[in-house]
Each structure stands twice: as structure tokens, then as C-alpha cells.
Design a protein around this ligand. Structure first.
Ligand code: XBP
Ligand code: MG
Length: 254
């Protein structure tokens, strides 16, 4: 039993706020590879496997090491990866700005309810800050970033998820203890990061993560749900189906 009132919600981005990976990041990586004259092409299953490595630069380097370890160990490898990543980010930002990717069902509702109730909002993500801004602008409008008091993204910390660093970084800036907040995640890497920082976590599984194991999550659901399409899953070990709102989150967080 936790009597500490809930003060903040901390959201992962990719897979949690929006399904960005398959038709967003993956396409942008492939565009960057083509720009650079590389014959790399990440199809849907390959990208799913590579998602185990968080961070775009880290993911590209891991792939390069798989297919050509010698070239990936060369002194200019980091510079080439950085260049590819800049190109990839530009492609991704353009794609998102064109409105190609929306928020997952129920996300806007939970954000609006939280704001209405005076809960603080934050982001803890592995992706690049420009990508977060592009998604928030495209979905919540030009002032959408103001909804989030703290945004922890990309290289703000030296190690990416599953390292808890980004969550700890966000909690420090919110000046909150972990039991005053809830994290929202979609992947085991994200859940491990949030748990490592001591945060209870609502998992909403997505296209690439529905097969992963989320034992230990406060909630393990297939989404936040909408009235005409309720979420299903479990709260702790109990089956649950419904629409997630602030009342439910407060109830689960006690
Ligand atoms: C997901 C990631 C990111 C994106 C790509 O992060 O691992 O690397 O796939 O973005 P999260 P970058 O779920 O924590 O939001 O290329 O900018 O790294
Ligand atoms: Mg994620």
C-alpha cells in the first residue's frame, strides 16, 4: 500500500505515445542508407530484431558490426554513423511533420486528464530530441511541448535504456521520488529502465512488443483503450478490460 499521492506521469515515446518504429524510424533509416549509397535495407522483421538495441546510432553500429566487423572497427566509423544518423533524423522529422504518424488511442485523453488534474507530465525516451518535438508538434500542436515539464531524450545520459539513467535524470529534474510518479512504456528495455529507477510502470504493448514478457509491471495492457475498443490485459495478476483514465491510474498506484 502506497499512500504517497501521484504527482507525475512519465512517458516513453516510441511505441508508447505513438507507433513510430515500423513506418517511421525504420523507413527513415533506410532512406539515410540509400542517401549514403549503402546497400543496407532493414525490412520489418530485421528491424524488429534490431530494436533490442536502443538508440539509432547504437543500432546502426551493432548492425554494421554484424555484417562487416572490420569496417565497423575503423577509426572513422563513429563519424560515419553520426552522419548517417543526422540524415536519418532529418528524414524522420520530415515524415512526422507531414502528419504520417498519430498518437496511440487513449494517449491524448490520459494527457488531457492529467493536465486537468494538475499532474505533472514528463518524457523519458531514447530517441533524439528533434524527433520528440516533431511528433509532439504534429500531434498536440505548436505548443504541445509545453505540456511536458521535463523532457529527457537521446544523449542526455551516457547509457540508453534498459539503463535506468534517463528515468533517474527526469525524476531528479522533477524533484520527485519514484513512488510519486508512474512510467508508461511499451518494451522490456523500457520496463527494465523504469523499474531500475524505482518507478511503477504501465505497459501498453505495441506492434513490435506484444510478444515480450512484462511480468512485474503494474499494468500489462494492449493499449490505453477507447470506449468503442477497450484495452485488455492485466493489473498485477488480475485480468482487466476497460478504458484507462486518471481514476484507474490513481486506483492502481495506491
Ligand atoms: C526507441 C529507440 C530509438 C528509436 C530511434 O526509444 O530505441 O532509438 O528507435 O530513434 P524509446 P533515434 O522507446 O525510448 O522512445 O534514431 O533518434 O535513436
Ligand atoms: Mg518505447
Amino acid at each position: 500500500m502506497n499512500s504517497t499521492p501521484l504527482r507525475a506521469l512519465i512517458f516513453d515515446v516510441d511505441g508508447t505515445l505513438a507507433e513510430t518504429e515500423r513506418d517511421g524510424h525504420r523507413i527513415a533509416f533506410n532512406q539515410a542508407f540509400a542517401d549514403a549509397g549503402l546497400d543496407w535495407n532493414w525490412d520489418v522483421p530485421t528491424y524488429g530484431r534490431l530494436l533490442a538495441i536502443t538508440g539509432g546510432k547504437e543500432r546502426m553500429l551493432a548492425y554494421w558490426r554484424e555484417i562487416d566487423p572490420q569496417a565497423a572497427a575503423a577509426s572513422d566509423a563513429a563519424g560515419l554513423i553520426a552522419d548517417l544518423h543526422r540524415r536519418k533524423t532529418a528524414h524522420y522529422v520530415r515524415r512526422v511533420a507531414e502528419g504520417g504518424i498519430g498518437l496511440r488511442p487513449g494517449v491524448r485523453r490520459v494527457l488531457e486528464q492529467a493536465r486537468g488534474a494538475g499532474l505533472r507530465l514528463a518524457i523519458a525516451t531514447t530517441t533524439t530530441p528533434d524527433n520528440v518535438e516533431a511528433l509532439i508538434h504534429a500531434t498536440l500542436g505548436a505548443r504541445g511541448m509545453e505540456w511536458f515539464e521535463v523532457v529527457g531524450a537521446g544523449d542526455a545520459v551516457p547509457r540508453k535504456k534498459p539503463d535506468p539513467g534517463i528515468y533517474t535524470w527526469v525524476l531528479e529534474r522533477l524533484a520527485l521520488c519514484p513512488d510519486q510518479a508512474l512510467a508508461f512504456e511499451d518494451s522490456t528495455n523500457g520496463l527494465r529502465a523504469a523499474h531500475g529507477a524505482g518507478l511503477r510502470t504501465i505497459v501498453t504493448t505495441g506492434a513490435y512488443t506484444h510478444h515480450e514478457n512484462f511480468d512485474g509491471a503494474l499494468a500489462w495492457l494492449d493499449g490505453l483503450g477507447e470506449a468503442d475498443a477497450p484495452a485488455t490485459g492485466r493489473i498485477g495478476s488480475q485480468p482487466w478490460s476497460g478504458v484507462v483514465g486518471l481514476d484507474e491510474l490513481r486506483q492502481w498506484a495506491v
